[in-house]
Design a protein around this ligand. Sequence first.
Ligand code: ZN
Length: 131
Amino acid sequence: MCIFCKIIKGEIPSKKLYEDDDVLAILDISQATKGHTLIMPKKHYENLLEIPSDELRRVMIVAQMVAKKINEVYKPAGINLLNNCGEVAGQSVMHFHTHIIPRYTSSDLKLGFENHMDQYDLDEIQKELKL
Ligand SMILES: [Zn+2]
C-alpha cells in the first residue's frame, strides 16, 4: 500500500486540513513555503492520466477551497497549484495529488520556464495535439 493510502487509512499520522468522503487535504511535511498543502483523492490513482475526471473535479474544488483559506489567513503574494505527473516530472508518491504552494516572494520556490520558441513549430504542434 502506498504512503498516502496509509495516511488516508490513518495508519500514518498527518496534519489534516480538510476531509470528506472522497478527498483529503493535508499539510505537506516538507513545507516548501508556509502552508504548503497536498490535496488527494481517497481512492488510489497513480497520476493525472489515471484519475477519472469526476474525481479530479472533486480534488480541484478542494484545492480551490484550501487556496482561498490560505489566502485569507496568510495573505501570500501569490499561490502555485502544481501537479507532478511521473518521476521525471518530480512525482515522488505514485498516488495522484496536487500541491497548493503559497508564494510570499518570487524567489521562495525554484520554478521556472525557459523560452524555447525558436526550436519548435507552433503550427505543427497544434496540428498534432488539437483535441
Ligand atoms: Zn495510494
